[in-house]
Design a protein around this ligand. Structure first.
Ligand code: C2E
Ligand code: CA
Ligand code: CA
Length: 279
């Protein structure tokens, strides 16, 4: 028997009734969360490896229920995709993040790049380009400072469609990044055909690279390949000085991780821009 369903809900467990209803509860909560305004964003700094300067940030959604419980995006994003609620949620994320980062641009940090995650469903929507154009126009956000993070899975069903969509976004001046690189199925095959600006090395490689020579070799190879394709490289999940030193030695361009900062609410991010990282 299959132990786990697509989204780790145990559809075929003996305790099926309980599992099914808890999923339904979560789905209902999710619908209400949106109208109850229970979502907010955190921003995690992305730092230049050589200078230590904040170059930009990744927007990450947070859900805190009215009674206080926090639900992790790893738990509710898959359900949001399944129920297509990710479409309004994703649009809200894009709009809210552009509006916030535009404020930072206006208050003396005009260079900051904003990275936003796009779920595959969102990325493949027919009206994606119109939606993004509208958000950029409404918030006066410069396309060149917006980076969309996608995963290889966008190409699972129809690679041609995904690739032409990436080209269309690039034509708008938007930057494209591949997220969680190295964890999907045919990374190298797609890499030569995806018009990408940035490659994000997935956390597990970064976290094991200082203890496992094979992970170190893989990170080195990913950086080499990305640079050969004129892409810059960002390492995520960087938690230690040792990882940072090794990544710099291997020529990694940008760093994101708890070592510099956890994802922060907007007001704390503003504070960080003003005071810099605590030493
Ligand atoms: P992701 O896009 O790979 O985001 C990076 C995750 O790693 C974030 O988890 C972040 O908080 C965490 N992280 C950052 N630095 C470190 C570190 O040094 N160590 C460790 N252990 N973790 C670190 P988070 O915020 O819980 O998000 C989980 C996933 O949920 C994201 O993975 C992304 O796939 C999805 N997600 C989050 N926000 C959005 C969103 O607005 N839209 C969509 N479609 N997906 C989102
Ligand atoms: Ca991401
Ligand atoms: Ca990632």
């Amino acid at each position: 028997a299959k132990a786990k369903g697509k989204n780790n809900y145990q559809f075929f467990s003996t305790d099926m009734t309980f599992v099914t209803s808890s999923k339904l509860v979560l789905e209902n909560d999710l619908r209400r969360a949106f109208s109850n305004e229970e979502f907010f964003l955190h921003y995690q700094p992305q730092v230049c490896a050589s200078s230590g300067d904040v170059i930009g940030m990744e927007a990450l959604i947070r859900w805190q229920k009215a009674e206080g419980t926090i639900v992790s995006p790893a738990e509710f994003i898959p359900l949001a995709e399944e129920t297509r609620l990710i479409l309004p949620i994703g649009e809200w994320v894009l709009y809210t993040a552009c509006k916030q980062v535009k404020e930072w641009h206006n208050s003396g940090y005009p260079h900051l790049k904003l990275a936003v995650n796009l779920s595959p469903l969102q990325f493949l929507q027919d009206d994606l380009l119109e939606t993004i154009s509208l958000v950029l126009a409404t918030t006066h956000f410069p396309a060149a400072l917006l980076e969309l993070e996608i995963t290889e899975s966008v190409a699972l069903d129809d690679a041609e469609k995904a690739i032409s969509r990436m080209h269309a976004l690039r034509k708008m001046g938007i930057q494209m990044a591949i997220d969680d690189f190295g964890t999907g199925y045919s990374s190298l095959n797609y890499l030569k055909r995806f018009p990408l600006n940035n490659l994000k090395i997935a956390q597990p490689f970064v976290q094991d690279m200082t203890t496992n020579p094979y992970d170190k070799a893989l990170v080195e190879a990913m950086i080499f390949i990305a640079h050969s394709f004129d892409m810059s490289v960002i390492a995520e999940g960087v938690e230690t000085e040792e990882q940072l030193a090794l990544l710099k030695e291997l020529g990694c361009d940008e760093i994101q991780g708890y070592l510099f900062s956890r994802p922060l609410p907007a007001d704390r991010f503003t504070q960080l821009l003003v005071t810099g990282f605590p030493s």
